[in-house]
Design a protein around this ligand. Structure first.
Ligand code: MG
Length: 168
């Protein structure tokens, strides 16, 4: 079944949103690296890769559905964060924002009775629950430890990353 032009356009918009989320994580990863927090840096590089994969997943769906992929210019990601906590807070805010974007796409797919896109988006809705939860947990750890004890959080994060299942 063909995508409607407006659904195609909205999905192209989400490719840009996911790529922007990827760049946002990438910038944060570099800033963690400068702070000497190498495990945080690795975790955020891996988040950036995941967001890039999300963009590619949407592009593949558009192509499989007979649509056209069109990339667009991205805003400059925020930089110069004041602390590790500020970055994790911004990361959580970004995940919440992406969840809302996905809900908007789902609303559109429902109103168009576009069952294929609804089914496709279900994976993203579930994924966002995970992403928001992971970032909330990390924020809680960072707040508990305080900026001077973040090296301890790194040990915990390192253990969590080892047990993480690879992204689908
Ligand atoms: Mg994403």
């Amino acid at each position: 079944m063909m995508l409607s032009d407006s659904m195609n356009k909205a999905l192209n918009g989400q490719i840009a949103n996911e790529l922007f989320a990827s760049m946002t994580y990438r910038q944060m990863a570099f800033e963690f690296d400068v702070m000497g927090l190498k495990v945080f840096a690795a975790k955020f590089q891996s988040q950036a890769d995941e967001e890039h994969d999300h963009a590619m997943r949407i592009a593949k769906y558009i192509l499989d559905s007979g649509g056209n992929v069109e990339l667009s210019a991205l805003d400059k990601p925020q930089s110069g964060y004041k602390s590790a906590q500020a970055m994790v807070e911004a990361a959580l805010a970004s995940e919440i924002k992406v969840s809302k974007q996905i809900y908007g796409l789902m609303d559109q797919a429902e109103s168009e009775k576009d069952h294929s896109t609804r089914s496709f988006l279900k994976w993203f809705i579930d994924e966002q629950v995970e992403e928001v939860s992971t970032m909330s947990d990390l924020l809680q750890l960072v707040k508990m430890a305080g900026e001077s004890n973040l090296v301890l959080v790194e040990q915990r994060l390192h253990e969590l990353m080892k047990t993480e299942t690879p992204a689908e």
